[in-house]
Design a protein around this ligand. Structure first.
Ligand code: GLC
Length: 496
């Protein structure tokens, strides 16, 4: 294949900013396609049209030839439409298609789980089976045949299976290749065996080699089994999941089997959105030349939580899903010890009920130094990155992690566990010139605590070193250019 040939990429994803976000996949799904397009390739994006997506704001409109398309999901006759909108892009805008159905998407208050019970919606299988059908309908109706379908996370797991077993008989589709990217192995889309009947796939796929895993239909596994290549979002995490059973979240054998096809490409950050010099969601812009202006953001952040501002008291920020995966068992275990160090701790996120309960109680107990917002708010996320002095990410697993990169460029010193993408981006401070954060190895409360204690100590008593750390972080370059070139290499290799 000529190196200059323009590629056609259909980027299929469960989330995208600015329309809808619960996790980092949304940031990647916006930034990467834009870079690919900037580098001269044709990209189109497909997402579900969830009820919470604002139609007016995002100028979502109907496409008459993509309206009221019938599909059978098991015994049910379902009608759906494919609607259209655009993502801004660097030079040109990028086409986004939104899969719309009232029952499955528009009427739901949330993306994957009932907000009242936190339980996954019972019919998530049907919802994402419909989504999969729609992807192929779109390709055939528009006759825009991609070279590669780039699938992201379990919601897209059936796409490679459909392509290889249902659509391979169509000459024009048979050349399409698939890349499946893992952002989160923790959620795999598991359903009872009966759910197989809804897929419309051939009976002989109902076995352990294809869709079944531990007696359940597993969408993530299906994606891993059928895609031509697999990627994940840092090199270190790619190695971890291929070498250590613990990281495979039950899919270790499948990952081992596909070891040679798994690649790690580190995420970048969108520096038009995450740049303290230009960020319009923070109260005062700043740069490496006037770091002291960062203080205004700290003041504003504390004001929001009704906590008094004190120059020499560090603010530790956390923005995360509140789950064991992200290390919240450690935070809970040594919460009182952390509070006794006398920092301010501010948490933003949602997740497991036990953590919601824990932090709600903690607010009443430590209202002068602990604040939390149990929801998602992009503006607050920016303010925390700009206003905090430190940022805590004690993850048990971390495919890439974006917030430690945002923190670094915002001069907010990360305290992280040495795992996944955190290990690829944060260098432990040893009193030398090189460090940009604090890193602990063993997943245990004491080790995490020691690094928090060390950070607080340096912040309070050694501002010279602290300022050096800030500068080292702010000099980082995490733009998407190199990573998107790596994706292009991978797509090309697939096509050869
Ligand atoms: C998921 C991962 C996170 C990664 C993000 C984007 O949220 O947990 O580590 O940065 O996806 O790839």
């Amino acid at each position: 294949m000529s190196p200059l040939r323009q590629l056609k990429i259909l980027f299929v994803t469960p989330e995208i900013i600015p329309m809808v976000k619960t996790g980092g996949v949304a940031d990647v799904s916006s930034a990467l396609p834009q870079k690919l397009q900037e580098l001269g390739h044709q990209v189109r994006i497909v997402i579900p049209k969830y009820g919470i997506i604002d139609e007016k704001k995002h100028k979502i409109h109907e496409v008459s030839r993509l309206k009221d398309i019938p599909v059978k999901i098991g015994e049910k006759e379902v009608l759906y439409s494919i609607r259209s909108s655009f993502l801004k892009g660097y030079k040109e805008r990028i086409q986004i298609y939104l899969i719309d159905n009232d029952e499955y998407f528009a009427k739901r208050k949330s993306l994957y789980a009932d907000p009242l019970t936190n339980e996954p919606y019972q019919d998530n299988d049907e919802r994402f089976i419909l989504f999969t059908h729609a992807v192929f309908e779109l390709i055939t109706k528009l006759k825009w045949i991609p070279d590669v379908i780039h699938c992201n996370d379990w919601q897209c797991g059936l796409i490679p299976a459909y392509l290889k077993t249902k659509f391979n008989q169509f000459e024009e589709l048979s050349q399409i290749k698939t890349l499946f990217t893992i952002h989160n192995l923790g959620d795999q889309g598991e359903f009872s065996v009966e759910s197989f009947n809804n897929t419309g796939l051939s009976e002989n796929l109902l076995n352990d080699k294809h869709l079944l895993h531990n007696g359940k239909i597993n969408f993530m596994k299906t994606g891993l089994m059928f895609s031509d290549r697999i990627s994940t979002v840092s090199e270190n995490y790619a190695q971890e999941i291929c070498s250590d059973e613990l990281f495979g979240a039950g899919l270790h054998k499948v990952l081992l089997q596909r070891k040679d096809d798994i690649f790690g490409i580190i995420n970048g950050i969108d520096d038009r959105l995450w740049n303290p010099e230009k960020d319009n969601m923070i109260i005062k812009n700043y740069s490496i030349k006037n770091i002291s202006d960062k203080r205004e953001n700290k003041k504003h952040l504390l004001e929001k939580f009704g906590i008094e501002f004190k120059e020499n008291i560090p603010v530790i920020g956390m923005i995360s899903k509140l789950t064991d995966f992200k290390g919240f068992d450690l935070v809970q275990e040594c919460f009182e010890k952390i509070m006794a160090l006398d920092p301010v701790l501010i948490i933003l996120g949602t997740g497991e009920k036990k953590y919601h309960n824990f932090f709600e109680n903690a607010v009443s107990k430590f209202s002068d130094k602990f604040g939390c917002y149990l929801g998602y708010d992009e503006e607050l996320a920016h303010l925390i990155e700009a206003g905090a002095d430190m940022f805590l990410m004690p993850s048990r697993f971390e495919p890439c992690g974006l917030n430690q990169m945002y923190s670094l460029v915002y001069g907010t010193i990360p305290i992280v566990r040495n795992t996944g993408g955190l290990a690829d981006t944060v260098r432990n401070y040893n009193g030398d010139d090189n460090g940009n954060g604090f890193v602990f190895k063993k997943y245990c409360c004491n080790e995490m605590y020691k690094e928090i204690e060390r950070a607080v100590e340096i912040f309070k008593n050694d501002q010279k070193s602290w300022q050096k750390l800030i500068k080292n972080g702010m000099k980082s370059n995490f733009n998407w250019l190199d990573s998107s070139k790596n994706y292009i290499e991978l797509y090309k290799e697939l096509l050869n």
